[in-house]
Design a protein around this ligand. Structure first.
Ligand code: NAI
Ligand code: MG
Length: 361
C-alpha cells in the first residue's frame, strides 16, 4: 500500500527516537512491499524558534493531508515560561483539535524480561495486557471555568460536562477495540457522586446492548485505581472520561517498567491518527544518544494497526521489540542496576530491532 506519514520529531529526545522509528517503518515497507512517503515538520519549541509559533500552517496542512502522524515530544527548559504567549504544548493541543482526535489509546503489556523494572511483583504482572481508552476532548479540561473573587475570598471552579454524543463515540470505539482483543470492556466512572458519570454509565449500558458479544462491567474510579495495582491482569479494555483517564493512564504506565517503553495513539473519526510515545522530551538525557526508542517504535506499530490497518506488520514490530529485549539488549533506563552488561545506545537499540524485523517470516 501507499501511505503518507508526517513526522514531527519536536524537542529534546524527540528527534533521536523518531529517527529510529522511521528507520523501522522503512524496513517494514521493504519487507512487506509498501511505499511509505515521509515528510518532516517542526513542532513545539523547535517550531517556536524557527517560526514563532508552536505549529506552523504548512505543518498542520501536511498533517491534515496525511494518513498518519508520528510525533516525538515537545517542550523543554528553553520554552518553559508559563506566562509566555507561545508555548510548545500549544502545538500538540492545536494538532489534536485540528485533527478532531477525541480518543487516546494507551496499551500496557509488560515485557516479562523487564519485570525487575516494575514496582509490582512478577506474578502480579503475569498476563497483563490492557488498553486504556481515554476521552480526550471533553470533561473538566474543556468545560466552562471561572477564577474570581467573591465577598473578598478567592474562588475557582471547573465544570465536568459531557454530551451523550461525546460519550457514545468513545465508548463505541472501546467496544470495537475489545472485539479484536479479549472481548471485555470496563467502563470507569464515579456514578455514585457525579451526574456526568451517571450519564456516562447509562450510555455505556446502551452501547453495550448494541454489542452483545462484548462483556461490559462498570467500576468506580477509586476502586479501579486500586485494582490496576492489585489485579491488573483482570482488565482488557478500560474506557473512561478525560481526567480519570489522565490519572489512570499514568498509573497503568508504571506497570510496564519505564516511561520509555509505552506507546500511545490519538484517534477520531476516520483512520487518520496521531501516534507518540507517552514520555516527554527528557531534557536531562537529550543529545546523549541514550534515550529508549521503544515507546516511539511501538507507537509506529500502533500507527500501522489503527491508521493503515496493517495488523501483521504491527505485530512484526511488536515481535521484534520483544525478541530484542529477550536477547538482552537494554538501554540505560531498563538496564538492571549494577549490571555489567553493555548498555545499548538509542541507535543500537533501533538497529537490533530492525535486525529482528528483517528475520520475521
Ligand atoms: P519526561 O517524560 O520527559 O522525563 C521524565 C524522566 O523519564 C526523565 O528522567 C527522563 O530522562 C526519563 N525518560 C523519558 N523518556 C525516556 C526515554 N525514552 N528513554 C529513557 N528515559 C526516558 O517528563 P518531564 O521531565 O516531566 O518533562 C520534560 C519536558 O517534556 C517538559 O518540557 C514537559 O512539558 C515535556 N513533556 C512533553 C510531553 C509530550 O510531548 N507529549 C509529555 C510529557 C512531558
Ligand atoms: Mg498526563
Amino acid at each position: 500500500m501507499n501511505a503518507t506519514i508526517v513526522l514531527l520529531p519536536g524537542d529534546g529526545i524527540g528527534p533521536e527516537v523518531v529517527r529510529e522509528a522511521r528507520s523501522v517503518l522503512e524496513v517494514v515497507a521493504r519487507r512487506f512491499g509498501h511505499r511509505f512517503t515521509f515528510t518532516e515538520h517542526l513542532i513545539g519549541g523547535a517550531s517556536i524558534d524557527a517560526h514563532g509559533t508552536a505549529l506552523a500552517d504548512d505543518a498542520l496542512a501536511a498533517c491534515r493531508a496525511s494518513d498518519a502522524v508520528l510525533l516525538g515530544a515537545v517542550g523543554g527548559p528553553a520554552w518553559s515560561d508559563p506566562n509566555a504567549k507561545v508555548r510548545p504544548e500549544q502545538g500538540l493541543l492545536g494538532l489534536r483539535k485540528a485533527l478532531g482526535l477525541w480518543a487516546n489509546l494507551r496499551p500496557v503489556r509488560p515485557i516479562p524480561e523487564l519485570a525487575d523494572c516494575s514496582p509490582l511483583r512478577p506474578e502480579r504482572l503475569a498476563g497483563v495486557d490492557l488498553l486504556v481508552v481515554r476521552e480526550l476532548t471533553g470533561g473538566l479540561y474543556f468545560g466552562p471555568r471561572v477564577s474570581d473573587v467573591v465577598d473578598g475570598r478567592r474562588r475557582a471552579f471547573d465544570t465536568l460536562e459531557y454530551t451523550e454524543h461525546e460519550i457514545a463515540r468513545v465508548v463505541t470505539l472501546a467496544f470495537e477495540l475489545a472485539r479484536e482483543r479479549q472481548g471485555r470492556v470496563t467502563s470507569i466512572d464515579k456514578a455514585n457522586v457525579l451526574e456526568s458519570s451517571r450519564l456516562w454509565r447509562q450510555i455505556a449500558i446502551e452501547v453495550g446492548q448494541r454489542h452483545p458479544d462484548v462483556a461490559l462491567d462498570h467500576q468506580l474510579v477509586d476502586s479501579a485505581a486500586m485494582r490496576l495495582i492489585t489485579a491488573p491482569a483482570s482488565f482488557d479494555v478500560i474506557v473512561t472520561e478525560n481526567m480519570f483517564g489522565d490519572i489512570l493512564t499514568d498509573e497503568a504506565a508504571i506497570l510496564a517498567g519505564s516511561l520509555g517503553l509505552c506507546p500511545s495513539a490519538s484517534l477520531g473519526h476516520g483512520p487518520r491518527g496521531l501516534y507518540e510515545p507517552i514520555h516527554g522530551s527528557a531534557p536531562d538525557i537529550a543529545g546523549k544518544g541514550i534515550a529508549n526508542p521503544i515507546g516511539t517504535i511501538l507507537s509506529a506499530a500502533m500507527l500501522l494497526r489503527h491508521s493503515l490497518r496493517l495488523e501483521a506488520e504491527a505485530r512484526a514490530i511488536e515481535y521484534a521489540v520483544a525478541a530484542t529485549i529477550a536477547s538482552g539488549a537494554r538501554t540505560a533506563d531498563i538496564a538492571a542496576p549494577g549490571s555489567k552488561d553493555a548498555v545499548a545506545s538509542t541507535a543500537e537499540m533501533g538497529a537490533r530491532i530492525r535486525d529482528y524485523l528483517g528475520k520475521v517470516e
